[in-house]
Design a binder for this molecule. Structure first.
Ligand code: FMN
Length: 169
């Protein structure tokens, strides 16, 4: 799959088979995430890989849109490390770029994934902080359940020339 095809065919996948994602695939996904661009190349990300079934299931106690996690074989919590990048807005942009890389890598490996927003919702952030014992300088950005897809989605037409401005607004 070339990069343009990958970008355009990635969809949020919320249903998974019970086939497990293996450690090599998880490492490839994390590696792709860590190749994202970041301000001053600070790479202010940290990742928590969650494979324990009971811990995966617990997430739906504090995330209101995480029902699919009960089917996912693994989930990755993407966190911003504010001790590496203390400008919060920059850290969020950097880790968002890493999150998109992670989603695309999962897609490229034939897996399905979905971005579950955590920051800036205080209830979700507190849920993640409590469940994973995050220290004060770690901001939970997004949680990404991953599994083999049990649904396929059409590729919608999203190109909108009205959103493109040439030379000035
Ligand atoms: C910041 C952010 C937060 C999101 N939060 C959720 C969420 O909590 N639950 C969910 O099911 N999808 C969530 N999504 C996925 C979006 O619903 C999805 O990307 C959007 O509907 C477009 O569909 P696509 O990903 O298939 O292109 C989130 C996406 C982003 C970028």
């Amino acid at each position: 799959m070339d990069i343009i095809e990958a970008l355009m065919t990635r969809r949020s996948i919320r249903k998974y088979t019970d086939k497990p994602v293996d450690d090599e695939q998880i490492e490839t996904i994390l590696k792709a995430a860590m190749y994202a661009p970041s301000a001053s190349n600070r790479q202010p990300w940290q990742f928590i890989v969650i494979k324990d079934r009971a811990l995966l299931d617990k997430v739906s106690e504090w995330h209101p849109y995480a029902k699919m996690i009960h089917e996912a074989s693994v989930a990755i919590l993407v966190c911003c490390d504010l001790s590496i990048q203390d400008a919060r807005e920059l850290a969020i942009q950097d880790c968002s770029a890493a999150t998109e890389n992670l989603l695309l890598a999962a897609h490229g490996l034939g897996l399905g994934a979905v971005w579950l927003g955590v920051t800036p919702r205080p209830d979700r952030m507190n849920g993640a902080i409590k469940q994973f014992g995050l220290p004060e300088h770690i901001l939970p950005l997004a949680l990404i359940p991953i599994g083999y897809p049990a649904e396929s989605k059409p590729d919608p037409e999203r190109y909108n020339p009205e959103r493109v401005h040439n030379d000035r607004w």
